[in-house]
Design a protein around this ligand. Structure first.
Ligand code: SF4
Length: 384
């Protein structure tokens, strides 16, 4: 007898606990039809949201990412190299948060995923509105253009505005009057560390799998600027779904997946135990944050997917030190974008007397400015 029918999304993500900030309430209107409330969103709203999203991910990081860098500085097991890299990346984050220079010279390929509720209406092709936003951001901000148009199979030309972007829009029945987005800017080095392996059941046991993975992780190397957010996806209904799941997991989009499988529906889940084991493995490999140490990876996500009995696709992907992604949504209450850290200075270690050398000029702020200046000039003269 056939088992009872049962349905679950392949990637059943849970409640969205993202903290958002309101961008605007303009350009959104409501109307009712057939007893349902519809949202009408003007193209300018999507264009502006995209432009802000590209700005934000080019300059700001998530607080969790910055906290992970700060943790490296405090960990007594970090190598001097780990600490050097973490401190430099924190300084870099502070420069980029100034809003002039982006966090990385490789400003990335723009990848946008939209989930459009069935009761959301737009009046222009959404891919066009999003592309206009990408164009606006890349032509107004100090962002490098990386996209090469193929003119013939052998000849290429930079498009001069970082278009085209990869834009994928899905229909969403779970949030019928919301339009949800994920914006990513993926650098070439980081994208190059996305791998698909067509394996067999022979690696589907803990010992063989970890031996297999150890070799693959060593071959990842450091050219995508670790510490990495590492993802391993095991299984998949197709090769492309396995790799796409790895990309989504690398942005933390799948963090709320269930943590157990289900024989009835076969949905994907996160294996938290294996995540811990793999993180330990990455710490013991010794590559560290670029020049040897413990912090090859900040964290690990493992997603297990259903598979055809004759296939075992496995994907490995990373999000690099330019960990650029942001969620956004358009609802009846307005346009919202995920809050990123705009003031990362508090993640930097405090400067103490030990960081000063003997040549520093001591300034007593309780004295009048004339006295401070006189003291400054005489100290400078002594030093010269
Ligand atoms: S791997 Fe990431 S941090 Fe390194 S250059 Fe590429 S985008 Fe920048």
């Amino acid at each position: 007898m056939a088992p009872e029918f049962s349905y679950q999304d392949l990637l059943p993500i849970g409640e969205d606990k993202t903290e958002y900030r309101l961008l605007s309430s303009d350009g959104i209107s409501k109307f009712s039809a057939d007893g349902k409330e519809f949202l009408k969103v003007s193209p300018a709203v999507i264009e502006n949201l995209t432009e802000v999203a590209i700005h934000d991910i080019s300059h700001y990081l998530r607080s969790e990412h910055l906290a992970q860098l700060a943790k490296i500085l405090k960990d007594p097991e970090s190598s001097p190299n780990d600490r050097f890299v973490a401190l430099d990346l924190l300084k870099n984050a502070n420069i980029s948060a100034g809003g002039v220079l982006p966090m990385c010279q490789d400003t990335g390929t723009v990848i946008v995923m939209g989930k459009k509720g069935q009761q959301v209406l737009t009046t222009e092709k959404d891919e066009l509105s999003i592309s206009k936003g990408v164009y606006g951001a890349f032509t107004k901000l100090n962002l490098r253009y990386s996209q090469l148009a193929p003119i013939s199979t052998w000849e290429e030309k930079n498009t001069g505005n970082n278009l085209p972007a990869q834009i994928e829009i899905y229909s969403d029945t779970d949030h019928a009057n919301e339009y949800n987005f994920l914006f990513i800017a993926k650098g070439g080095g980081s994208a190059n560390k996305s791998f698909l392996y067509q394996e067999t059941k022979a690696v589907l046991n803990p010992k063989s799998f970890l031996t297999w993975l150890d070799e693959k992780l060593r071959s990842l190397g450091t050219s995508a600027c670790p510490p990495y957010h590492l993802v391993v996806v095991i299984g998949g209904t197709s090769a492309e779904f396995t790799v796409k799941t790895a990309k989504l997991a690398s942005t933390k989009y799948l963090d709320s997946l269930p943590t157990k499988g289900d024989a009835k529906t076969g949905h994907g889940f996160r294996d938290l135990e294996l995540e811990k084991e793999i993180l330990k493995l990455t710490q013991e490999i010794g590559i560290g944050a670029q020049f040897g140490g413990k912090y090859f990876c900040h964290d690990v996500r493992v997603v297990r997917l259903p598979r055809h009995g004759a296939s075992l696709p496995i994907a490995i992907a990373v999000s690099c030190s330019a960990d650029r992604q942001v969620k956004a949504k358009i609802t009846k209450d307005g346009v919202f974008i995920e809050k990123l850290e705009t003031e990362p200075a508090h993640f930097l270690p405090a400067t103490t007397d030990e960081d000063l050398d003997k040549d520093e000029v001591k300034i007593d702020l309780s004295k009048p400015m004339a006295d401070i200046l006189a003291n400054y000039l005489s100290t400078q003269q002594k030093l010269e």
